[in-house]
Design a protein around this ligand. Structure first.
Ligand code: NDP
Length: 470
């Protein structure tokens, strides 16, 4: 897909992180484009919000079918602009379809409430859509996150203006095309591409946007929330995490080692719920780390379009610089040791892209920045613990609270950890798996509100109380 947009409009380029090649162009949206999109969406709101839930449901189901039919082509586009291996792109595109199917299956099911009182008469609560909602999408999982935001908004009868990330906007545009082909009026979902500082900020500030859902960096999320507060928008923020994995001495050692490698190096470590810190019982630390190293060093790194590749490049050069400097800082400050990886490849096929090898750091000081910050890249810092209570305290000792996992079969430990871990989602003997049916979101600096499940649908509906005195 290399076609220049409308020549009259300024545009910018999208590049492949595996080799720097041009993948396509998109328009550089302006404040006027945002104003136009919101006006068009409000005009569409009256008719879309009045459609029968079943009709909205049919469009979402049909769109999911069209997406599944084009899964391969969409996945190739996603890999070319984002960098992830084709097998992960295939799963992500299927995930987008699954989210649409889920919301199609619950459209119209959130009914209101009714009561009768001698004093007040008929007491009814109806749930109505909000109006025009905005979404700001990041580059790490653009298709899935687009599904999480568009699915509930459209199912609830709202219209939407969506801003994709500037470095991976093309899959979002293509997916919107599938929704239009399934019968969604183009006025119901408007995509405005352009920079966060212009288009994103304009959406957050606009008085005619009723709700905004943002996924990205903490600092950006705080700015979005501040702007949204000026016009009292409902706000959902998904701001990433520093997920801990706690491996107890009774854990299945092979399952835990495989879980650590897939949970950290999936999507080149660029997932909000990637495993970002591992705490292992000191009794099993040495064999655990040895097995993790074997598995990590067996991963095939390369251009995601090449069959068999397990891990692609980091999405941008500056992102790779951030990751590498955190690794170097850890070593230079004597806060950990590099067991594997930890360098920028400068030879062979990996030289031309933003590649970084799977990196394992051991004996890491739990207070090191590489343990405290969200490291968005393939770096796995490991530390050991003596007691489960200590491990839970370490897991909780960051400003984030998105996800955490505990690997054990001991019921007492499971109940202690699931109660005490400060995280929006706690996994037991698994990590990084998020079905569309259950809420997803974080505590503390990981965000506000929840996506997925019926909870997300509620976010995009507003209660109205009606009292009828007969
Ligand atoms: P950003 O928060 O800058 O970008 C996310 C989205 O917000 C993009 O669409 C971006 O647009 C937009 N945006 C940027 N500035 C504004 C603004 N002022 N107002 C409204 N929207 C804005 O994240 P980065 O891409 O710079 O990544 C930086 C770090 O953020 C990563 O290293 C990672 O730690 C974290 N991150 C976390 C994610 C998660 O899933 N939780 C996802 C992505 C990043 P544009 O692309 O045009 O800049």
């Amino acid at each position: 897909m290399i076609s220049k947009p409308d020549q009259r409009q300024d545009s910018f380029e999208v590049h492949n992180p595996a080799d720097g090649n041009l993948v396509g162009y998109v328009s550089r949206g302006t404040q006027d484009d945002v104003d136009d999109a919101i006006r068009i969406s409000w005009e569409a709101f009256r008719s879309w919000s009045g459609t029968e839930p079943l009709d909205r449901s049919k469009i979402l189901f049909f769109a999911a079918r069209l997406v599944r039919e084009d899964q391969k082509e969409l996945s190739q586009l996603l890999t070319r602009e984002q960098g992830k291996p084709i097998k992960e792109s295939m799963n992500e595109i299927a995930g987008f379809a699954r989210v649409l199917e889920y919301y199609a299956s619950i459209t119209g099911t959130l009914q209101g409430d009714y009561g009768f009182s001698k004093n007040y008469g008929h007491m009814m609560v109806v749930r109505q859509p909000l109006g025009v909602c905005a979404a700001i999408i990041p580059w790490n999982m653009p298709a899935l996150i687009m599904g999480w935001k568009t699915g509930p908004v459209l199912a609830a009868g709202n219209t939407m203006v969506l801003k994709p990330s500037s470095t991976a906007p093309l899959t979002c545009i293509a997916l919107a095309g599938h929704l239009y082909r399934a019968g969604l009026p183009e006025s119901v979902l408007r995509i405005v591409t352009g920079s966060g500082g212009v288009v994103g900020q304009a959406l957050a500030r606009h008085p005619d946007i009723r709700s905004i859902s943002f996924t990205g960096a903490v600092s950006t999320g705080i700015e979005v929330a501040g702007n949204a507060a000026q016009t009292l928008k409902k706000t959902v923020l998904e701001l990433g995490g520093s997920d801990a994995m706690i491996v107890c001495k009774d854990a299945d050692p092979e399952a835990a080692a495989k879980g650590a490698v897939s949970g950290r190096f999936f999507n080149c470590g660029q997932t909000c719920t990637s495993i970002k810190r591992v705490f292992v019982d000191s009794a099993i630390c040495t064999p655990f780390v040895r097995r993790v190293r074997e598995l990590a060093e067996a991963l095939i790194i390369g251009d995601g379009l090449t069959g068999g590749v397990d891990m692609g490049p980091v999405h941008t050069g500056s992102q790779r610089e951030n990751v590498h400097s955190l690794v170097q800082e850890t070593v230079n400050n004597d806060q950990g040791t590099v067991l594997s990886g930890g360098y920028i490849p400068d030879t062979g096929a990996l030289k031309g892209g933003n590649f970084y090898p799977p990196t394992i750091l051991t004996n890491v000081d739990p207070d090191a920045p590489v343990m405290k910050e969200e490291v968005f890249g393939p770096v796995l810092p490991v530390s050991s613990f003596e007691t489960v209570t200590e491990a839970i305290d370490l897991a909780n000792s960051t400003r984030f609270g998105l996800g955490a996992s505990i690997w054990t079969h001991d019921m007492r430990t499971i109940s202690q950890a699931t109660r005490d871990l400060d995280a929006g989602i706690v996994w037991v003997n698994q990590h990084l798996r998020i079905p569309p049916e259950v809420p997803f979101g974080g505590m503390k600096f990981s965000g506000l509100g929840r996506e997925n499940g019926r909870y997300a649908l509620l976010q995009y509906l507003e209660e109205k109380t009606i009292l009828i005195n007969p």
